[in-house]
Design a binder for this molecule. Structure first.
Ligand code: EPZ
Length: 418
C-alpha cells in the first residue's frame, strides 16, 4: 500500500490549474462506444479511474490512444457486450457502461458492481429506468443480462436524482425508438457535460442541469471533439488545503458557478474569497471559524464529494461544527483517522459533531476511500509534526499526482509506493 509522508505547518501559496473532471470524463468515456467514428477528448486527467475505464473500452474492442491529456478513441471495431467480472469488481463506474453498451449492441451482460468504501451502492434506479425503455433484464448468479433489441422511448421518473442512473438512462435512450423524458433527473454539471458530448456525437438531448432531461431516440453519429469541464471537486479540495494552512492560493481553470456553495461555506469559515468566472483566490484566516451546520445534498446542494475535506477543516476550526451526510450511508470513515490526530469528533448515524481543536498532532493514518484520503492529507498539512497517510491508491483514483499539486504550492509532502 503506497502513501504520503507529510510535515505539517507550511502555508500553501501560489497558483494551480485544475484538471478535467473525473465524474464528467467517466460517463463520456462510456458514451464513446455509441459512436463508430473517431472521438477526440481533451483535458482528460491521468488518474486511475480513467485508466481503468480506458481498459474497459479496450476490452470491449475499442482503440484508445493517450497523447498527454488528450484521448483519441475509435470504437468502430467494438465487438463485445460482456463486462469481464474482474474489471467490474475493480471499478464501480463500469456500471456507467451499461446504458451505452446497450445503446450500441442492444445487448449487455454485466456483473453487479457491488458496494464500495463509502457504503452500499445499489443500482435499482438504473435497472428500473432501463426496464421502462423496454429493456429485458435477467438477474441471476450475480450477472445482469440485458436485452435491448426493442428499446422504446418512455417517461421515467426517478425516485431519487441518481447521477449514474440519469447518465445510464440517457445513454440507452439515445438508441431507443421514440423520445424519452427523465423526471427528477440529477442536475450535476457532469450531466450537462455528458449532454453536450452526446449532442456532439449527433444525438439530440436537452434539459441536462435541470430535473427534466429530454432525449430524442436515434441520430446519425459523427466524428466528435470534446473538452471535459474542470473538476469542481479537485478545485474545492485545493481550496480546502489552502484554507487549512493559513494559505493564499489562486486556483485557475475552474468554473466558479459549479462551486458556489463550497465557496460560501469557506467564506463562512472566515476565508477571504475573490472569485471570477474561471479563477478563485482564497486567503485563509489565522484560525478558521466553525460551520454551524453542513448538510450534503444532490446538486445544487452541498456536494457529498467535498464532505470529508470540509470535515478536516472543521477539526481545527474555532467552535463546534455539525456535518450531516445525507447522500451515502457510510461516508465518515475519515473520522476515526482524524481522531488519531487529536480531533474531537462525535458520530451518530449520518451526523458528525466536531469540536475544533487548536492544533492536530501528526499521526499515521489510513485512507479508506478517495475523498477521505484527500481529507487526511489536508489534515497532515496543518498538523504539528510528521504524518503518514497510507492508501495513496485511493487518492490516485481522482487526483492527478496530488502530491505534486500540493508540493507546487509549498507543501512538504512526499509519496512512497507500496
Ligand atoms: C456519482 O456516483 C459520483 N461518481 C460520486 O462520486 C458522487 O459521490 C455521487 O455521484 C453523488 O454525487 C461518478 O460520477 C463516477 P448516485 P453515483 O447514484 O452515480 C443511491 C467520487 O468521489 N442510489 O447519485 O453512484 C446511492 O446508494 C464519487 O468522485 C440508489 O439507491 O451516485 C447513494 O446513496 C464517489 N439506487 C445515492 O443514491 C441506485 O440505483 C447517490 O448515488 C443508484 C443510487
Amino acid at each position: 500500500m503506497g502513501g504520503y509522508v507529510i510535515t505539517g505547518g507550511r502555508s500553501l501559496s501560489g497558483e494551480i490549474a485544475v484538471s478535467g473532471a473525473k465524474n464528467a470524463l467517466l460517463p463520456i468515456l462510456a458514451a464513446s462506444i455509441l459512436n463508430d467514428k473517431e472521438i477526440v477528448i481533451h483535458d482528460c486527467p491521468d488518474i486511475s479511474d480513467a485508466e481503468n475505464m480506458i481498459e474497459i473500452l479496450r476490452t470491449l474492442g475499442c482503440s484508445v490512444k493517450r497523447e498527454g491529456n488528450t484521448l483519441v478513441i475509435d470504437a468502430s471495431n467494438a465487438n463485445a457486450y460482456t463486462m469481464p467480472p474482474n474489471i467490474s469488481k475493480k471499478i464501480r463506474s463500469s456500471i456507467f457502461m451499461l446504458g451505452s453498451v446497450l445503446g450500441r449492441f442492444k445487448r449487455a451482460r454485466f456483473t453487479y458492481p457491488g458496494g464500495c468504501e463509502i457504503g452500499n451502492r445499489p443500482i435499482d434506479l438504473h435497472l428500473d429506468g432501463l426496464k421502462k425503455l423496454n429493456v429485458r433484464i435477467k438477474e441471476e448468479y450475480g450477472y445482469i443480462d440485458c436485452w435491448g433489441d426493442d428499446m422504446r422511448g418512455a417517461s421515467i421518473h426517478l425516485d431519487y436524482p441518481s447521477v449514474g442512473a440519469t447518465e445510464n438512462i440517457m445513454m440507452a435512450a439515445v438508441a431507443a425508438r421514440g423520445d424519452s423524458v427523465i423526471q427528477n433527473a440529477a442536475r450535476e454539471p457532469e450531466i450537462e457535460d455528458l449532454e453536450r458530448f452526446l449532442n456532439e456525437l449527433g444525438f439530440s438531448v436537452s434539459g441536462a442541469g435541470t430535473s427534466t432531461v429530454c432525449i430524442k431516440g436515434g441520430g446519425v453519429t459523427r466524428r466528435a471533439e470534446h473538452t471535459v469541464i474542470p473538476d469542481r471537486i479537485v478545485a474545492g479540495t485545493l481550496l480546502c488545503a489552502a484554507a487549512a494552512t493559513r494559505g493564499d492560493v489562486l486556483v485557475t481553470n475552474v468554473d466558479t458557478g459549479h462551486i458556489s456553495l463550497t465557496l460560501s461555506k469557506l467564506n463562512e469559515m472566515g476565508c477571504d474569497i475573490s472569485a471570477r468566472r474561471d479563477t478563485v483566490r482564497l486567503k485563509a484566516p489565522e484560525r478558521l471559524r466553525r460551520i454551524k451546520l453542513l448538510e450534503t445534498l444532490p446538486y445544487p446542494g452541498f456536494p457529498t464529494d467535498m464532505q470529508a475535506q470540509m470535515f478536516a477543516l472543521c477539526s481545527i476550526a474555532d467552535g463546534t461544527s455539525v456535518i450531516v451526510e445525507n447522500v451515502f450511508d457510510n461516508r465518515f470513515k475519515h473520522a476515526a483517522e482524524l481522531k488519531r490526530m487529536g480531533a474531537d469528533i462525535t458520530l451518530k448515524d449520518r451526523t458528525a459533531v466536531i469540536s475544533g481543536v487548536e492544533r492536530l498532532m501528526g499521526a499515521t493514518m489510513f485512507a479508506h476511500d478517495l475523498r477521505g484520503g484527500a481529507a487526511l492529507v489536508i489534515a497532515g498539512l496543518c498538523a504539528d509534526g510528521r504524518s503518514v497517510v497510507y492508501g495513496s491508491e485511493y487518492v490516485d483514483r481522482g487526483y492527478e499526482r496530488f502530491e505534486n499539486m500540493l508540493g507546487a504550492l509549498g507543501a512538504d509532502i512526499d509519496k512512497f509506493e507500496a
